[in-house]
Design a protein around this ligand. Structure first.
Ligand SMILES: [Zn+2]
Length: 506
């Protein structure tokens, strides 16, 4: 134990940082001795707090010290906490009290380095108020895995990083989350929450909340009044009793005391309603903020996107309503985002992230299977892409659709050749329309056409290239429009049956 502690001091004087000592000990598999509260010795993995506690303990320099900490009473009425005092304010120092592991001068030097490091760390950590270009959630992003604060990193693309386990315990970093989409999704949720309709609902909820509060409060007031009356009655009864009748007097005295206790309990209950916490809860963001927000809400989307609005202002606006945002990267391509609003309400959203390959997508395997199956039916890459988009799939680098290039990659990777005509497929004769072109003419989504084709409501031959081609004639265009308007419930455009027919099956 003594050797290990000596090594710890030596290492620190060499590397001059608690975190580096922690890492060096963990890398070499060296544990630290700790005594639990029963005084039993345990060997545990080095953490920054354990290393710092040993480095700062004057007993290892042989000194007995009294008064290293003082009690600090927080102003908000919570229980007091211990705060360290600077070394020159320690009340009693008896040097050479224990066998020393390090000289007192080394001890003072170590304390100096630790406090310099800390000052530097605080300077870096608190460097300025929100700056331009900084990420929206900087300072309010928390790790959904370990519960620590995440920091924003700008090196090689902005991201939120949870580094706590790595920097304090030498374990692998918890999670890295690319910032761009998460920021956009939270901003969206924020603007949605502030839409005028939502604000109305919020004001209604607040009014209801206030009414409930008033009702409960007046109940508590009545309760107190009743208790005071009962207590006064008990007092009068006690005063009127013949003091010689001791049994009765004792009983009445007991009742009076009971009544007084009840009064005190009722007073306390009422006082809780008037505590700053209770009032804060009912009025949080309510008066000034709510009024401002109502006035702003209609203009907010415009203000938010205005180029003259600074990032710092956006962050400040966001913090008016959002306490913190908890991020948790799932197994694959989805980040779960929990927005904790002021007042405690929670919104949960899922953000789809860019990933490196289709295999990293949640539905990657399923999509690959679909691509290969459709490619074997000689369908075009862009048709497959449109169809899969419609089925809810997406490309790794695209949040809401499947790109033909993704289809092509999957296909080629599986060794499936594309159609030879693929490069020239749009050079079809002008009396034919591709699905894309027909959709353009009718001003309808092309996906709708593919859905009709897949579900057999629209029957059409395939061109030798594999593409679906429509005759560029007014009656074909008109017929498809009618299908779209639900005037037909299916349409057969196959060349083997040259006339389109609308069947009604009721
Ligand atoms: Zn974490």
């Amino acid at each position: 134990m003594q050797e290990r502690l000596e090594l710890l001091f030596e290492t620190f004087l060499k590397v001059r940082s608690v975190a580096k000592v922690m890492r060096e000990f963990n890398d070499r598999g060296l544990e630290l001795p700790r005594r639990d509260r029963h005084g039993d010795l345990h060997w545990t993995r080095a953490t920054t707090s354990a290393v710092a506690a040993i480095l700062k303990n004057p007993a290892y320099a042989g000194a007995f010290v009294y008064g290293r900490t003082r009690l600090r009473k927080p102003s908000d009425g919570r229980s007091p906490t211990k705060a360290p005092k600077p070394i020159e304010q320690w009340r009693i120092i008896v040097k050479d009290r224990y066998p020393a592991y390090i000289a007192w001068q080394s001890y003072e030097k170590i304390r100096g380095i630790v406090s310099d490091n800390r000052a530097e760390y605080m300077r870096n950590k608190t460097r300025g108020a929100p700056r331009e270009g900084e990420l929206l959630l900087q300072g309010i992003a928390w790790c959904g895995r370990c519960g620590h604060k995440m920091y924003a990193r700008y090196k090689g693309g902005a991201e939120y990083v949870c580094n706590h386990l790595r920097s304090h315990q030498g374990l692998p970093a918890c999670q890295y989350i690319r910032a761009h989409r998460v920021d956009a999704a939270v901003a969206q949720a924020f603007l949605t929450a502030l839409a005028p309709a939502e604000i109305d609902a919020l004001s209604c909820a607040r009014r209801a909340q206030q009414q409930t509060y008033k009702a409960i409060r007046s109940n508590a007031e009545q309760q107190l009044e009743r208790r005071r009356y009962e207590s006064a009655l008990a007092e009068r009864q006690f005063n009127r009793v013949d003091p010689d009748n001791r049994l009765v007097a004792a009983e009445l005295e007991r009742r009076w005391e009971e009544a007084l206790k009840e009064v005190r309990a009722a007073e306390e209950a009422l006082a809780r309603f008037e505590s700053p916490q209770a009032i804060a809860q009912i009025t949080v963001g309510n008066k000034a903020l709510n009024d401002k927000v109502v006035r702003l809400s209609g203009r907010l989307p415009a203000i938010w996107t205005d180029p003259s609005t600074t990032d710092a202002k956006r962050k400040a606006l966001l913090r008016c309503l959002i306490d913190k945002v908890i991020l948790d990267r799932g197994e694959h391509d989805v980040v779960r985002v929990r927005i904790v609003w002021r007042g405690g309400a929670v919104t949960e959203i899922e953000v789809k992230m860019r990933v490196n390959s289709a295999a990293s997508l949640t539905q990657g395997a399923e999509m690959r299977e679909r691509v290969l199956k459709l490619a074997r039916t000689k369908m075009h890459d862009d048709e497959i892409a449109a169809m899969l988009t419609n089925e809810g799939h997406r490309s790794p680098n695209c949040p809401d659709k499947v790109l033909p290039i993704t289809v092509q990659r999957i296909r080629l990777h599986a060794g499936l050749k594309g159609l030879t005509e693929q490069r020239t497929r749009w050079r079809h004769s002008p009396d034919l329309l591709s699905a894309q072109e027909l959709a353009g003419v009718l001003n309808i989504p092309v996906n709708w056409l593919y859905v009709q084709i897949r579900q057999g409501r629209l029957l059409i031959d395939r061109h030798s290239s594999g593409a679906h081609l429509f005759s560029n004639t007014s009656h074909v265009i008109e017929a498809v429009r009618k299908l779209h308007n639900h005037e037909f419930d299916h349409l057969d455009l196959r060349i083997t049956e040259p006339h389109e027919e609308g069947h009604s099956h009721g």
